[in-house]
Structure formats: structure tokens, C-alpha cells
Design a protein. Sequence first.
Length: 299
Amino acid sequence: MAKLVQCVPNFSEGRRPDVVEQIVDAIRGVAGVRVLDYSTDPSHNRAVVTFIGEAGPVKEAAFLGAARAAELINMEQHQGAHPRIGATDVIPFIPIGDTTMDECVTLARELGADMGAKLGIPVYLYESAATRPERKNLPQVRKGEYEGLKEAIGQPERQPDFGPARLHPTAGATAVGARPPLVAYNINLGTSDVAIAKAIAKSIRGSSGGYPSIKALGVMIEDRQVAQVTINVCNFQEVSLQRVFETVKCEASRYGVNVIGSEVVGLLPMEALIEAAAFYLRLENFKPEQVLENRLLDQ
């Protein structure tokens, strides 16, 4: 398979479609880059873009997307349910095909250096690209969010890896990293009590003693008045979507609350959905080769 890199930047804008389109246009304008998907969430006030290509064009597209976001998004005016530290909140590089994680780490560090030097945006390296153990975990990098980082960035332990030790006046800061594929998965509860969502999130996330490869928060979806458990399934082969769903459903029942729906943000591997389908359909002796599309791709 070709040496490809997937990039999934998250931008702090989900309420102005014209702004998101301009950012996506900056990305898709790079030759050799293919935008696979992008979506917005007004409650989170966030856009997630997925694109793919060879390393050089992907790095260029990520830089141009971040530069455009810095022009169009003012973090002084931003509000949303999702944690964030900047206009371009996070840029992960994911190895595809014959690309190695080390190559994505190099890509992340090169992009971070460019953003710091050319855009004046402080950059924190995270996950496999992290230069400090405590920064491998993205929530730790985001601690205090944009507002808290304004003051904390001057402290020695919060100094960025690249760029100035002060937030960009409108674009804030950005986390850039390298990681395996993850599934962004949200589960909505039949309640407006966000404390229940926060308690469930705490029970499943690895940092609180739950599943090691799960990151989760409880947030309020204001336009629907629905509490949500927003989840990153960092290794779906270790902890499947159906296990996450069933665990959240079980925990919610303790509070007399039902799960009313769930959603996947962005793209996910087919294998994750096949496993969920096999589980809920109680399929016996099922093999992925029985999926028509899999057989066609093998031809």
C-alpha cells in the first residue's frame, strides 16, 4: 500500500458554515490532498475535517488550514461545549498504509516548528509526538482550556514546544501530534442533568480507572437540552464501540436515565462497525470476508 498520511484537524468553529468552507477550501486547494469528510457541531462549536495524501502535501494543507483559521476565528469570542485551546485546536497525523508512526512524529514536529515561527501560534506536541511524558495525554495539554492557558502559558511547565510563550491574540494555541486511528463517538442521554453525563464519563475513561484506551467527558448539548458523554475510543480493537455503548447504557440505568442516541464524528474503520453489527445481530461464525464491499476491495 502507498505511503499515506491521514490528518484530522479540529477547528473551533461550528456555527458559521461560510467560515468552515473557507478553511476547507484552503486544505483542498493543495495538490495531492483529498478531503474525505468534514462536519460541524453547533453545540460543540467545532468542525472536524479529515483529509489524506502523501506527507509533504498533507503537512502543507494542515499549515494552510491553520493559517486560514487564524484569520477567521477569534478565540476571544468563542464559546462551545467542547474543550479547546485555539482556533485550530488540534492537528493529529495518522499513519496509513506503509507510513510509520515515526514518520508522522517527524511530520508533527516539522509542522509545529512552522506554525510557531511563521504564524506566531504556540504549539504543544502530544501523543506519540510528545517531548514530555505528561503531554502525551491531550486533556492534560488542554488543561484550563483557552482561558486558563492565557495565564498558565508563562509557567515553566506550560511552555509550548514551538512558538512564543504567549497565546496568539486571536488564534490561541494548537496541539499537534501523531497517533493511531481513533473513533470520535458521542452518546446522548435522556436527561438535561449534565452531572450524570460527567459521572458516567468518569466511570469509563482510563485516567479515572475505566477502560485504558478511552477518553471521555460529560457535556451539555444546549440546543437540545441533552446531556452527552463525548468519547474518544483510542483503540477500538481493545475496547469496542459496543462495549462502550453497553457500559454507558448500564451506568445510565443506575440514574434512571435512558440512552436516546449516539453519533460518530468524522470517519471510522469499517471493522469497528462490523464488530458492532456482529455483536447486536448475534451472528455466529461470521467473518469480515462475508461483507460484500470487503470482497470487492480484494479484487
